[in-house]
Write a protein that binds this ligand. Structure first.
Ligand SMILES: *[C@@H]1O[C@H](CO)[C@@H](O)[C@H](O)[C@H]1NC(C)=O
Length: 327
């Protein structure tokens, strides 16, 4: 595994220690990303640094990074559509599902729209080596309205750790454990940003579908940071660097841990670790905390309507979805 270590892990270490990403280069859309689907529903703004992706009755839309990355720090500022957004899903995620169909990896931020008057919820999840039978979802409220302004959402991914950040506050840390085995994402992935119709899935387990009376739903993206090792997925040698133990981040620092703890105490609404309906025995990496279990019981344990796979389903147009559901 050490041979996969990227020289940039040194930079990640600095990031971790300082808890900052202030000085990373911000790319224009064309420098880092390409159009993925949805034709005109993806619009690059005049400055070249911001884009709008929208969902209407014809299609959703999305974009994908030009490169695949093995480890790195990836970030975007996102402004979500306002008002009635039930069934709408905006996703900012990493995946290699197009290359490794049977054993893909994934690291997800998913924004789940809501009925009017209720805020967006945000979900994080990972899959490794095609472990789609074990969802590791967590859901949270936020301390701000994410449709009012741009906020920064970031993923740090190293050989042994994944950290999700919102406005530089770490909200979730996943440490690789031996028991997780291949479930920890370990192959190069692309970055994706999409908006799609998650009727039947996204809002209260599919109780509320997308209402196209309120379309188009427009999400803004800007401040693109793609700070990782760009690799050819079939030949990862480009990313080799003399590994030094120093370059491997060991964790987020004390102050960051405290911030993360505070966030999770206040804003976490669901964790797979406490979902006894899905997991009679929690997955091995779960550390069960009685207080947390008690607090999470207070939330409606929404069960999502079946497994949803990223990738193709996400790119489906509405008409093919309608067909699929009428079968
Ligand atoms: C990945 O999954 C395949 C089966 O789909 C398995 O044979 C292989 O050992 C797994 N790899 C790891 C690293 O767990």
């Amino acid at each position: 595994m050490n041979s996969y270590l990227c020289i940039l892990t040194f930079v990640f270490h600095v990031l971790l220690v300082s808890g900052s990403s202030r000085n990373l280069p911000i790319l224009s859309f064309d420098e880092g990303y390409s159009h993925l689907f949805g034709n005109d529903n993806l619009m690059v703004l005049k400055d070249g640094k911001s884009v709008h992706i929208s969902l209407d009755e014809r299609t959703g839309s999305g974009f994908v990074s030009q490169d695949l990355y093995l480890h790195g720090f990836f970030s975007a500022s996102i402004k979500l559509p306002a008002d009635y957004t039930a069934g709408v899903v905006v996703a900012f995620y990493m995946s290699n599902g197009d290359i490794f169909e049977k054993n893909h990896d994934e690291i997800d931020f998913e924004f789940l729209g809501n009925i009017r008057g209720k805020n967006w919820r945000i979900q994080t999840n990972i899959y490794g080596n095609g472990s789609t039978n074990v969802g590791r979802e967590e859901r949270y409220g936020l301390w701000f309205d994410p449709s009012e302004d741009f906020h920064q959402y970031s993923i740090l991914w190293t050989e042994n750790q994944i950290v999700f950040y919102v406005d530089r506050v770490p909200i979730r840390e996943i440490k690789r454990t031996q028991e997780m085995g291949g479930d920890f994402p370990s192959k190069p992935m692309s970055l994706y940003a999409t908006i799609w119709d998650g009727s039947g899935w996204a809002t209260n387990g599919g109780r509320y579908g997308v209402n196209y009376k309120y379309a188009p739903y427009v999400a803004g993206f800007s401040d693109f940071v793609l700070h990782g090792c760009a690799v050819n997925p079939l030949d990862q040698s480009k990313c080799q660097a003399a590994p030094t133990s120093d370059s491997v981040p060991s964790g987020i620092d004390g102050e960051q841990q405290m911030k993360m703890g505070n966030f999770r105490k206040k804003h976490m609404q669901y964790s797979y670790c406490y979902d006894r309906t899905r997991y009679k025995v929690p997955p091995s990496e779960c550390v069960i905390n009685a207080k947390e279990a008690e607090r999470l019981r207070g939330f409606d344990p929404v069960t999502f309507g079946g497994v949803h796979h990223h990738g193709k389903r996400r790119h489906r147009t509405r008409s093919t979805q309608a067909k699929a559901s009428s079968i």
